[in-house]
Design a protein around this ligand. Structure first.
Ligand SMILES: Cc1cc2nc3c(=O)[nH]c(=O)nc-3n(C[C@H](O)[C@H](O)[C@H](O)COP(=O)(O)O)c2cc1C
Length: 326
């Protein structure tokens, strides 16, 4: 539940310590051998291009400008080969294993060829979950034109015009190479639906990816300390401790709740990234206190890019940071 992810943070209070010289402040963090400006990053969100064309590219640019990681989803609309070069130091690639081993191996190689620094494999969608909200709001394939959808469309004419102008449902471009030539966006999406979720995926699949991948390998979505230990044994370089933003299992604890047990299980050296419910700088501090190196978030940046895209001219946050507090 997304609410549980938020309320978990509210359980923790930060007791400040004063009378330290804080003239020089540095919140940069080293992850997998590279220094980023802040211990935050952008979680992978598939189909972002449905909300705004080129959303993936916009997020990549924003990540480069802020010097934080952006985890490009394999279910994105932007192709790995197009988005990664926009921010080669910042774009990581997130993949789901499919039911086709040759495609899994190919995705790993494509990430390498595109110069991706960090490969993230999400493991927390073995089957499609029962997303009741999507049942209610009609977000499904094949698309159904319901009265609710018509009402929404009438309320957002600019979005509808842009959607129609850019060709309707955007292509899941990472999957186009595996579809017949000239396949439409809908056909590529259907093919993706036959390949994922892949309920047979197990630790052997991850071992094969580890063997094929020389660079950093991160597993996203583990919540149990025993699974985290298994990931260490397999040779993973890091974990994204995540309950998928509360979208997979309604009875799941928040990822923040399980973080200390996972840190205990993996020891002090494995890099841990906390995801799910992170909304504020103080959340990031709490996550770090409980054992994570950094924290990433999905909806905030997705909502931001959906609503406002990428501003032509960036207003810098520095001026507000300099404002005095009385
Ligand atoms: C619309 C949407 C699409 C998502 N798509 C993916 C995805 O393709 N791959 C993945 O690993 N996680 C995906 N996630 C989960 C996010 O990566 C992340 O775990 C989650 O959003 C974190 O919770 P937060 O939104 O509360 O920050 C998606 C989440 C949302 C909201």
């Amino acid at each position: 539940m997304p609410e549980r992810n938020r309320s978990a943070f509210a359980q923790h209070k930060l007791v400040p310590r004063y009378l330290r010289d804080v003239t020089k402040r540095d919140q940069s963090v080293v992850l997998f051998g590279r220094r980023y400006a802040s211990p935050i990053g952008i979680s992978p969100t598939g189909l972002a291009g449905l909300f705004r064309p080129d959303a993936d590219a916009m997020l990549a640019h924003a990540a480069r400008e802020a010097n934080v990681p952006f985890l490009l989803s394999s279910a994105a609309n932007g192709a790995l080969e197009e988005v990664a070069p926009l921010a080669p130091e910042n774009v990581w690639f997130q993949m789901y294993c499919t039911s086709d081993e040759a495609i899994n191996a190919d995705l790993v190689q494509r990430a390498r060829k595109a110069g991706v620094r960090v490969l993230v494999v999400s493991v927390d969608v073995p089957v499609n979950s029962n997303r009741e909200r999507n049942r209610r709001n009609g977000f499904s394939r094949p698309f159904r034109m319901t009265p609710g959808v018509v009402l929404e469309a009438l309320g957002h004419p600019a979005w509808v015009i842009r959607y129609l102008r850019t060709g309707g449902i955007p292509m899941m471009r990472n999957w186009k190479p595996y579809a017949p030539a000239n396949a439409s966006a809908a056909q590529v999406a259907d093919m993706y639906g036959t390949l994922t979720p892949a309920p047979m995926v197990n630790w052997d699949h991850l071992r094969r990816i580890r063997a094929a991948r020389a660079g950093p390998l991160v597993i996203k979505g583990l919540m149990h300390p025993e699974d985290a230990r298994e990931a260490v044994a397999l040779g993973a370089d890091g974990l994204v401790v995540s309950n998928h933003g509360g979208r997979q299992l309604d009875a799941s604890p928040s990822s923040l709740e399980v973080l200390p047990a996972i840190r205990d299980a993996v020891g002090k050296d494995l890099e841990l990234i906390l995801d799910s419910g992170v909304r504020r700088g103080s959340d990031v501090v709490v996550a770090r206190c409980l054992g994570a190196q950094s924290a990433i978030f999905g909806r905030p940046t997705l909502f931001g890019v959906a609503v406002a895209g990428r501003p032509a001219r960036h207003t810098c946050c520095r001026s507000s940071a300099r404002r005095s507090t009385w």
